[in-house]
Design a protein around this ligand. Sequence first.
Ligand SMILES: Nc1ncnc2c1ncn2[C@@H]1O[C@H](COP(=O)(O)OP(=O)(O)OP(=O)(O)O)[C@@H](O)[C@H]1O
Length: 306
Amino acid sequence: MGVMDLKNKLLVVVNPISGGAVKDELIQEIAELLNDRQVAFTIYETTGEKDEYHIRELLEAQSIQKILVIGGDGTIQTVAKAVDKRDVALGLIPAGSANGLVSNFEFSTNVANQIDIALGDSYILMDMISVNDHLCLHIADLGINATLIKNYENSEIRGKLGYALQTIPTLMESDLPYSFSLTFNDQTIHLQGVMVAIANAKQFGTGAVINPKGKMDDGVFEVLIFKKLMLVDILKTLNEDSYRNPDFVECFPVTKVTIACQPEVALQVDGEFIGKVQKVSAELLSSKLKIMVPAQSKEIQERFNL
Ligand SMILES: Nc1ncnc2c1ncn2[C@@H]1O[C@H](COP(=O)(O)OP(=O)(O)OP(=O)(O)O)[C@@H](O)[C@H]1O
């Protein structure tokens, strides 16, 4: 507990296992930085059991306006669910293995700067999507990437190396291409592809920009159909501004989409493997998530025409 100042009370949610790293030193450093800034705080360490419920209890019992989240996308997800429709902002300290969501903001890698962003007053009201009733903040997809994530979760390796090692067996096992039917804006299209992505964000934590049009606070999300595994075009996703070959990917901005696939295809939401499904319903939620971002971030510059 830091200096008592109820107006400034911060809840610090730490996932002790995210990213596979011990966080004792990081927590110590953050506690000192918060004390220096005279911010009162309570620390909650996640256990992996009923965290959403416990965080909600803390929000109800104490006058908390901000939560500092130290963890990966899964931890941000849990906190977002606990916040629900409350006017509570999230400050982010990326400490996961991939940090997909945070990689979309121009975040500093310096912890003191991250604390200043969290305690500052620049925020976005981020869109959220429901994907088969799972909350999606970042990117959900059906097909090759979700299959990869499933194999990765079954392996012993955490971290980016895990993805690389899992790629080859996944590509050999999968029955590509899959058949998808997508219904949106009163039309249904049928096509073959290796992956369909439902994207709020621009890029994965690996840096692959799969959705150059992605803006987290524009009131729409994109549905993207990746038709073939084209190596040159996959490499081009490393460049944000590059032209996207329509033989490789097509993109549609939507607020609602249903996707049917035959036979069933692997689904992942924000990096968690959900299962194999024959149908996906995705819809923009009416509630938004308040996320603290750097004042110089693109979203803030565009909003205020700076
Ligand atoms: N104390 C704990 N022990 C074991 N598992 C935990 C604990 N606390 C949280 N978890 C689990 O950690 C997972 C969330 O991890 P998170 O996504 O934040 O990190 P990561 O997987 O390393 O990062 P990323 O999502 O960026 O790849 C959830 O599945 C949650 O149940």
